[in-house]
Ligand binder design. Structure first.
Ligand code: ADP
Ligand code: GN1
Ligand code: MG
Length: 357
């Protein structure tokens, strides 16, 4: 396997011969490797999942355009991902029936799966909020929609209902409580999309996958340094980015935790993220601010519906490492939603307080 990966690596403009290449990180979609060369430099090699991302050329054009744009706004080379070109000067390689790209490894950084302190979570808000703010004047029409309807929650429900109807693995009967939980909230979960379509929410360039592990913190200062995982950068709503961050980073347990008693939405973390996001993205409209709690709830519910759909469908989309993992993931998301419902008044109060600061 390694020889095949070395062959791929040799097609890129690395500083020297690759000497090692090992699986790295814990994403659900792409395969990521850490490559080291004889010169001691480190690179990230990624095999792009082209079943998920059908238009790899368009996706790589997006990443090239966004990183070049961000580079004009900063003096710090570590704060923006740097693509390494192929020997032919292309941004990616099509070889061995797959698509590959290489980035410079951003050294001296920390990538957290869960915040260790509230300050870490505050910093991730600064990272994604700044990203949003810097892209305000990016020409959005230049971006390809890498996954159409990615955060269109009503469309995610449509696919869920279709899958439920087919029930290809005969799993629906065992998950009736989860199905009912999702269906009971279907109408409410359409509100963001309705507001966006009606023009009540501005269409922005958004990241769309703002998990904590998609922002690198500087190891020395522990401040937000570099936003990564740009595959899903597309036109969207700031509430997608805010909401997905809360879903993942304000959760008190891992996305696939089986002991649901451990899973809650921390109000303190919710406050920290709201503070960082509102401060670093001052252009948010009143309507956006007002809907921040609904953004958190909708993104969490949507992700739960996606996990449940994939479980019913036979786990084709999200990589699993054990039986039932996608069901466990759906359950944690629904537990989070239930907890947000309990804490709804506090969430609204926190937003009202933080937007004044
Ligand atoms: P996925 O879509 O599978 O989540 P990511 O692009 O987020 O893939 O990469 C997976 C992991 O690899 C990240 O969580 C991070 O730890 C690490 N990583 C990715 N790119 C870089 C980079 N340029 N420098 C350092 N670490 C990186
Ligand atoms: C996937 O690639 P990764 O692991 O960062 C998914 C997100 C989900 C997330 C759930 C392209 O993100 O939408 O929220 O898993 N990315 C794609 O952990 O579908
Ligand atoms: Mg990632």
């Amino acid at each position: 396997m390694n020889e095949a990966l070395f062959e791929i690596l040799r097609s890129f403009r690395l500083d020297a011969e690759p000497v090692s290449c090992e699986p790295y990180g814990c994403g659900h979609i792409n395969a990521t490797y850490l490559a080291v060369t004889a010169g001691g430099r480190r690179y990230i090699l990624q095999k792009i999942n082209h079943h998920t991302f059908r238009d790899v050329a368009g996706l790589m054009e997006n990443i090239t355009a966004v990183t070049e744009f961000l580079r004009t706004k900063t003096d710090d080379p570590r704060s923006v991902l740097t693509l390494v070109r192929t020997c032919d000067g292309a941004s990616y390689l099509h070889a061995q029936e797959a698509y590959w790209r290489v980035y410079d490894f951003v050294e001296d950084t920390i990538c957290l799966q869960q915040p260790e302190t509230d300050k870490d979570f505050y910093q991730s808000a600064v990272g994604f909020g700044t990203f949003q703010q810097l892209l305000t004047d990016f020409p959005a029409e230049r971006l390809h929609e890498t996954i159409p309807n990615f955060h269109n929650t009503p469309d995610r429900y449509r696919v869920f209902l279709e899958t439920l109807e087919r029930d290809p693995m005969h799993r629906a009967a065992q998950v009736q409580p989860e199905i009912e939980f999702a269906l009971a909230r279907q109408a409410e979960m359409a509100a963001l999309q309705t507001a966006l379509t009606a023009g009540e929410l501005p269409l922005r360039v958004t990241h769309n996958d703002t998990k904590l592990n998609n922002v690198l913190l500087d190891a020395k200062t522990r401040r937000a340094l570099c936003v990564i995982d740009l595959d899903t950068v597309m036109p969207g709503s700031s509430l997608y980015d805010f909401g997905d961050s809360i879903r993942f980073g304000a959760a008190t347990a891992a996305e696939d935790e089986r002991d649901l008693a451990k899973m809650e939405m921390s109000l303190e973390r919710f406050r920290m993220f709201t503070r960082g996001y509102v401060r670093s993205c001052p252009g948010l409209t009143q309507k956006e601010l007002e809907l921040l709690p609904l953004g958190a709830k909708t993104m969490t519910m949507e992700c739960g519906v996606r996990f449940l759909t994939d479980y019913l469908d036979g786990d084709h989309y999200f990589a699993i490492h054990r039986e039932g993992q996608n069901l466990d993931r759906a359950r944690t998301q629904f537990k989070l939603v239930a907890d947000m419902e309990k804490k709804w008044n506090d969430m609204q109060k926190i937003v009202a307080e933080e937007k004044e600061n």
